[in-house]
Write a new protein. Structure first.
Lengths: 436, 462
C-alpha cells in the first residue's frame, strides 16, 4: 500500500504530533492517546483508568460540564474515548471547518480538566451502569477479556479486571483523580493525531497555538509488566447465570509486539488461517465437519491485534452445545494446531489471509475514525504511525514455516483454559429441554 | 491511592493563570465533491445504483431483495424459518462452487460476502479489492441463479441456527426487541424477527429451494456499488454478471403496519436481571414527509444524540444509565420513534418517570433556537461523516433505496435541514412526543420493579 503523507513533530512541552492530511472528503479526525491504561492502575483502584477517561469529558477550565459534547456535536461532529491495557484514547471526527475547535477542546482538558466531587459521583454511577450493561446483566459478559487474564497472568497489572469492581470504583476520590492526572496526563506522555482534510502548515500552526502553552511535566517511567509464561496448563471455571450454553477460552502468550514484530505477526497470520472464513482450519473442523461448536474465533490481543505492549495474549474462543464437553473442543483445537505445526499451512492459505488483510487495511484507512485512532496508537506503542501501512507487506513476508512455528509454540503445557458454565435458568432449561 | 510523586490538588489542576479561553469560531467548510453516479434499472427489473468514490482501491457491494412474508399473519406461517435457513445456506454451494470454494475465491481478492435476512429483506453485503469486483459479482450471480443448498449444509446450518437463536434470545436487548415488536404489531410478519426452534427444525431442503425460486427475484430489488470504479463500468459489470438473473413477478414487500397507538408500557419479567431495558415507541414520519426534517431535529433534541435532553438528564445529571437514546425506525409504509434506555433495577421506575417528563417537556417547553441550531448542525455534519467512507455510503444508499429513494434525497437533505424553523420543530415536538402517544415494554426483574412501577402508573404488570 502506498504510504500516505505523514508529518510528525514534537512540541517543546513533549507532545508528539502526527499529521496525516488527506483531502478526499471534507472531514477531519483529531485524537489524543495518553500512555496510560488499566495495567497502570494501582491495587485497590481497579477500573480507575476507565473511570478517569469518563471524567475527562466532564469539563475543563474553559468548558462547563456538558460543553465538550455540545461543542463537538454542534460542529457536526462525533466523539468518544476508550481505555485499553496500555493507553487511553480520545477522539472527535468532524466537518473540517471545526478543526481548530477540536484542537481547542483537547488542549483545554490536557491543560486544566475540572474534576469535581459531584461529577466523580455521577460518573461512578454511569460507569456502574456501563458494567451492568456490558458484563453483569448479559450472557458472556466480559468473556474473554475480563475472565481470561486472571487465569493466564499472575501479576496484578496483567490479571485484574480493567472495568473494575464496584467497591473500588466507589472508593475513588477527587484526590486520586488529581494524582492520576498529574502523573500520567503530561503532554510528554501523549500523542496528538490529526487526519483528514487540512493543510499541514496551517494545522501545525493551530496545534502550536492551542497546545504550545500546556506546561511540560515530568513523564513517568513506564514500568515493565513482563512476567513468566505459565508453567503447565492453568484452568479456571466461571459460572454465568445468563449464558444458555457453555463456552471455552484458551489463552497463550505470544512474542512482544513492539520488539519482535515479525514474530508477533506470524501469530496474526496463524489466527487468520485458523478462523477467518469458512475455509479456515477451525471453522471447517469444529463448526462444519465435527459440528461441535456454534462459533469459534482466534486472535492476537484481547482488544485486537497490535493494541497493547508485552505481555500480550493469543486466544481461541468457542461457544458449544451442552452435550459437547470442553475436552472435546480442546482436543480438536490441539489436533489442528499439531497438524499445522507439523505440515504448515499451504501457500494459498497464506495468500488468502494476506489479501484479506490488505483489504481490511484499506477499509480501516477509509473510515476516518479508525484511521485517526490507528495512526495514533501505532505512534504511541511502536513509535511508528507508518506501521499501519507497512503491515500488508510485513504480513505478506510471513512464511509457512514461521506460521508452523507459531502453531507449535501454542503448547498445551503453557496456557490458560477458562471454562464458562451456564449457571442460571437459561442454562438449566437447555440441559433438560433439548432443542435439537 | 498513593501517587508516585507529590501532585497538585484538583482545584489547582483546573485553573491556569490565563483563565478560561474563548471557543474558536468554525472555519470555512469545503463542500463534498460531487458524486459521480448512475441510477438505472436493468432489463430484468434490478435497480442498480453505482457511485464512484476513489478514496481507497476497494469496492463495496450491497444487494437488497424485498423478502416479506406474503401471508397477513405470522401465525402458522413458515416463512421466517425458511428465510433464515435460506440466508444461512445460500452461500454454501452451487453447481461449480462448494462453500470452501466461495470463501477461497473471495479471500484471494481480499473479499467477503455474506447474507442476512430480516422480516423485510434478504441482504447480501460484500466488498473486495477493486480488482476483485468481477469475482464478487460472479459469486453473486452463481448463488442467485444456481444455489444448490447441499443437503448436508442445510442439515448442519439448521442445527446451528437453532443454537444461534438460543444465544440471541439470551441477550436482554433481543428479549426487549422481540417483546416490543410483538406488543406493537402483534402477529404482523414484521414483528417476527426470529423463527422458533421447532419451525427451523422442520425446514427441508425442498422448502428452501422452493422459496428461492419464488422469492429471490431481481424485480423490486436493488444493488448498490460504491468504490474506486467508474459508475458506467460498474453498471456494465453488474449487467454482465446479473443480467441473466430472472424470475416471475416482483420481490415481495411487507404489507403496511398498523399505526403505533399510545398506551400502557408492558412489564416483561426477566428473573435475576440487575438492569432493565426501557423500550418506548410512538408514531414517526417517513423520510419524504415535508415535516420529516423538523421531526428529525426534534428527535435529536429529545434523545437523538449525546447533547440531548434525555441523555443530559438521566445520564449526565442523575447517573441512571450508560446508554439512552431515541431514534427513528423506518418501517413498511411508515415510521416509528423508538426510545431506549438500560437502567439499574433500583432506578428503573425513576428513569421511566424522567423519560416521560422529558417527552412532555419537549412539546410544552419546545426546543430553543440554540438547541435547534446544535441539532441541525449535528444532523448535517454527521450525515457528512457517516457517508465519508465507501462502506458507510453504500449502506446508507441501500437503506434509502429500500424506501424507494435515491441519492438525490441524500444530496438534498442538508438544504432541507437548513430550512427548518424553530416553530416547525415545536409543532413536531408537540404532536409526536406527547407521552400519551407512546407505548412500549420494560424488561426486568418484575419482583423488584413492581411496587414502584405500580405507584408510577401507566405500566401493565404481569
Amino acid at each position: 500500500m502506498a504510504l500516505p503523507e505523514l508529518h510528525r513533530f514534537t512540541l517543546p512541552n513533549g507532545l508528539r504530533v502526527v499529521l496525516a492530511p488527506d483531502p478526499s472528503a471534507p472531514v477531519v479526525g483529531v485524537s489524543v492517546h495518553y500512555d496510560v491504561g488499566f495495567r497502570s492502575e494501582p491495587e485497590g483502584r481497579t477500573g480507575f483508568a476507565h473511570l478517569f477517561e469518563h471524567l475527562m469529558f466532564q469539563g475543563s477550565e474553559s468548558l462547563e460540564k456538558l460543553a465538550h459534547f455540545r461543542h463537538v456535536q454542534s460542529s457536526g461532529g462525533t466523539f468518544n474515548g476508550s481505555t485499553h491495557p496500555d493507553y487511553t484514547d480520545y477522539y472527535q471526527v468532524l466537518p473540517s471547518a471545526a478543526l481548530e475547535r477540536a484542537l481547542f477542546l483537547e488542549a483545554d482538558r490536557m491543560r486544566a480538566p475540572k474534576i469535581t466531587e459531584e461529577n466523580l459521583r455521577n460518573q461512578i454511577d454511569v460507569v456502574k451502569e456501563e458494567i451492568r450493561l456490558n458484563v453483569l446483566n448479559r450472557p458472556y459478559g466480559g468473556f474473554p477479556w475480563i475472565l481470561l487474564p486472571p487465569v493466564l497472568f499472575q501479576t496484578f497489572p496483567n490479571a485484574h479486571n480493567g472495568y473494575g469492581d464496584f467497591t473500588d470504583l466507589e472508593n475513588a476520590t477527587v484526590d486520586d483523580c488529581a494524582a492520576f492526572f498529574d502523573t500520567y496526563y503530561a503532554p510528554g506522555n501523549a500523542v496528538l493525531t490529526v487526519a483528514g482534510d487540512f493543510q499541514p502548515e496551517a494545522a501545525k500552526a493551530l496545534v502550536e497555538k492551542h497546545f504550545g502553552d500546556v506546561p511540560a511535566r515530568p513523564v513517568p517511567v513506564r514500568p515493565s509488566f513482563a512476567e513468566a509464561a505459565p508453567k503447565g496448563e492453568l484452568r479456571a471455571e466461571h459460572s454465568d447465570k445468563h449464558a444458555p450454553m457453555p463456552a471455552i477460552a484458551m489463552g497463550y502468550r505470544i512474542p512482544d509486539p513492539v520488539n519482535e514484530v515479525e514474530g508477533y505477526l506470524s501469530y496474526l497470520v496463524l489466527a487468520g488461517v485458523l478462523t477467518d472464513g469458512d475455509g479456515s482450519r477451525l471453522q471447517q473442523r469444529l463448526v462444519h465437519r465435527d459440528a461441535i461448536v456454534v462459533d469459534v474465533g482466534a486472535g492476537c490481543g484481547l482488544f485486537g491485534p497490535l493494541e497493547a505492549r508485552d505481555p500480550d495474549t493469543f486466544s481461541v474462543t468457542a461457544i458449544h452445545p451442552p452435550d459437547i464437553t470442553a475436552e472435546q473442543v480442546i482436543a480438536a483445537v490441539d489436533e489442528e494446531l499439531l497438524r499445522l505445526a507439523e505440515e504448515g499451512p499451504t501457500e494459498q492459505e497464506l495468500a488468502k489471509v494476506t489479501a484479506r488483510w490488505v483489504s481490511t487495511m484499506h477499509r480501516e484507512h477509509d473510515r476516518l475514525t479508525s484511521r485517526t485512532l490507528g495512526l495514533g496508537s501505532a505512534e504511541l506503542l511502536f513509535g511508528r504511525a507508518e506501521l499501519l501501512y507497512e503491515l500488508p507487506d510485513k504480513l505478506a513476508a510471513i512464511t509457512t514455516d514461521s506460521v508452523a512455528a507459531a502453531a507449535k509454540a501454542l503448547r498445551p503445557d503453557s496456557r490458560a483454559v477458562l471454562v464458562l458454565k451456564p449457571a442460571g435458568a437459561a442454562g438449566a432449561a437447555s440441559d433438560n429441554g433439548g432443542t435439537e | 491511592m498513593s501517587a508516585p510523586t507529590t501532585h497538585r490538588s484538583a482545584e489547582e489542576i483546573g485553573r491556569t493563570e490565563l483563565g478560561p479561553r474563548p471557543l474558536p469560531e468554525l472555519g470555512e467548510q469545503r463542500s463534498a465533491a460531487d458524486l459521480s453516479t448512475v441510477d438505472t434499472v436493468l432489463a430484468n427489473g434490478l435497480r442498480v445504483i453505482a457511485v464512484r468514490r476513489s478514496s481507497v482501491p476497494l469496492v463495496e457491494v450491497r444487494l437488497r431483495i424485498p423478502f416479506g412474508d406474503p401471508a397477513a399473519s405470522s401465525v402458522g406461517s413458515t416463512h421466517a424459518a425458511r428465510a433464515e435457513v435460506l440466508a444461512n445456506t445460500v452461500l454454501t454451494g452451487t453447481a461449480t462452487r462448494s462453500r470452501v470454494d466461495v470463501d477461497t475465491e473471495l479471500a484471494l481478492v481480499g473479499g467477503e460476502l455474506d447474507a442476512v435476512v430480516d422480516p423485510e429483506r434478504l441482504a447480501f453485503s460484500g466488498n473486495a479489492l477493486v480488482s476483485g469486483l468481477d469475482t464478487v459479482l460472479d459469486v453473486l450471480r452463481d448463488v442467485l441463479t444456481g444455489a444448490t443448498y447441499p443437503v448436508e449444509e442445510v442439515e448442519r446450518e439448521r442445527v446451528r441456527l437453532v443454537e444461534r437463536i438460543r444465544l440471541a434470545r439470551s441477550q436482554p436487548n433481543v428479549i426487549a426487541r422481540e417483546a416490543l415488536q410483538k406488543h406493537l404489531y402483534g402477529d404482523h410478519p414484521f414483528a417476527k424477527e426470529m423463527p422458533e426452534a421447532e419451525e427451523v427444525a422442520a425446514v427441508s431442503r425442498d422448502d428452501v429451494l422452493a422459496l428461492h425460486a419464488s422469492a429471490v427475484l431481481p424485480r423490486g430489488s436493488v444493488l448498490v456499488v460504491v468504490g474506486d470504479v467508474e459508475p458506467d463500468a460498474a453498471v456494465r459489470a453488474v449487467e454482465g454478471a446479473l443480467g441473466g438473473w430472472t424470475g416471475e413477478g416482483t420481490a415481495v414487500s411487507l404489507s403496511p403496519l398498523p399505526v403505533v397507538q399510545g398506551g400502557d408500557v408492558l412489564l416483561v419479567h426477566r428473573p435475576g436481571a440487575v438492569q432493565s431495558q426501557i423500550r418506548l415507541a410512538g408514531r414517526g414520519l417517513v423520510r419524504t414527509d415535508p415535516r420529516y426534517p423538523a421531526l428529525q431535529i426534534a428527535n435529536l433534541v429529545f434523545g437523538g444524540f449525546f447533547s440531548s435532553r434525555l441523555v443530559e438528564n438521566i445520564r449526565e445529571d442523575k447517573g441512571y444509565t450508560y446508554s439512552a437514546r431515541s431514534h427513528p425506525e423506518f418501517t413498511p409504509g411508515g415510521a416509528t420513534l423508538l426510545v431506549d434506555a438500560d437502567t439499574a433495577s433500583e432506578v428503573t421506575a425513576a428513569a421511566l418517570l424522567e423519560t416521560r417528563y422529558e417527552l412532555a417537556r419537549l412539546g410544552l417547553v419546545p426546543p430553543s433556537e440554540s438547541e435547534v441550531g446544535t441539532a441541525r448542525r449535528y444532523a448535517i455534519g454527521s450525515l457528512l461523516t457517516a457517508t465519508s467512507s465507501q462502506g458507510g455510503l453504500a449502506s446508507f444508499l441501500v437503506n434509502l433505496a429500500g424506501l424507494g429513494l435515491g441519492i438525490e434525497w441524500f444530496t438534498g437533505h442538508p438544504e432541507r435541514l437548513a430550512a427548518v424553523t424553530v416553530e416547525q420543530v415545536a409543532e413536531a415536538a408537540l404532536e409526536f412526543f406527547a407521552p400519551s402517544a407512546f407505548t412500549g415494554v420494560l424488561v426486568g426483574d418484575a419482583e423488584l420493579l413492581a411496587p414502584q412501577l405500580r405507584a408510577l402508573g401507566g405500566v401493565s404488570l404481569p
